[in-house]
Design a protein around this ligand. Structure first.
Ligand code: FMN
Length: 187
């Protein structure tokens, strides 16, 4: 079984990228494979049905769809932009949602966020749930939001607060148990 993991922040020193690094390390302690993607490698033009018709799907959408097909689901860390999630990802999501069969359907998803604020970017994750659930993804009910993320990591990008690290580890491991359980269900 394999999961994809990626940050919706594109900047190099992103707190959400750092969170994905922590998640990668946790998943590597399990039997489930994890592949971290960099969405900078999957930039797509704004969705336009005319482009879809001719010349067709952007090659970045083709590559992303193939990655998604190779995995059971995704772990996403998102910054909060104006109480929601970054617009570039809605565009990616929309392109991928035009393939048939629907690539997002019957996948699993775990959502995380990190923000310098005290809310940790959690409000954006509620918006992120909507398109996923609309397209048939099993979004894990529990989420993780890292508050004051600008003070949360040490120089090795580890979480300084052991309580936060334990909460993240517990959540990721319980998500992995859920993913393993779902493989016995025939969709
Ligand atoms: C367009 C924009 C809107 C933002 N809106 C919010 C917001 O609503 N809530 C919040 O906590 N932070 C907001 N921020 C600040 C981000 O949380 C901050 O830039 C954070 O570092 C982004 O995550 P990253 O470190 O993974 O890039 C916003 C930043 C940008 C660029």
């Amino acid at each position: 079984m394999k999961l994809l993991a990626f940050s919706l922040s594109l900047r190099q020193s992103s707190y959400n990228r750092k969170l994905i690094k922590r998640v990668e390390q946790i998943v590597q302690t399990s039997k489930i494979e994890i592949e971290v993607l960099d969405l900078l490698q999957y930039e797509m033009p704004a969705y336009n049905a005319d482009i879809q018709e001719n010349p067709g799907f952007p090659e970045a959408a083709e590559r992303f769809r193939k990655k998604l097909e190779s995995a059971q689901g995704v772990i996403i860390a998102s910054p909060e932009y104006n109480f929601s999630y970054p617009g570039h990802f809605k565009n990616t999501f929309d392109w991928i949602s035009r393939y048939r069969p629907m690539p997002w359907a019957n996948k699993v998803a775990l959502f995380l966020s990190a923000s310098p604020s005290l809310v940790g970017g959690n409000r954006g994750l509620w918006h992120l749930r909507v398109p996923f659930e609309a397209c048939g993804t099993f979004v894990y009910p529990e989420m993780f939001s890292l508050a004051t993320a600008n003070q949360a990591f040490n120089e090795s990008d580890e979480l300084i607060d052991s309580v936060a690290q334990k909460r993240l580890t517990d959540l990721v491991l319980s998500f992995l148990r859920y993913v393993e359980g779902l493989q016995y269900i025939n969709f």
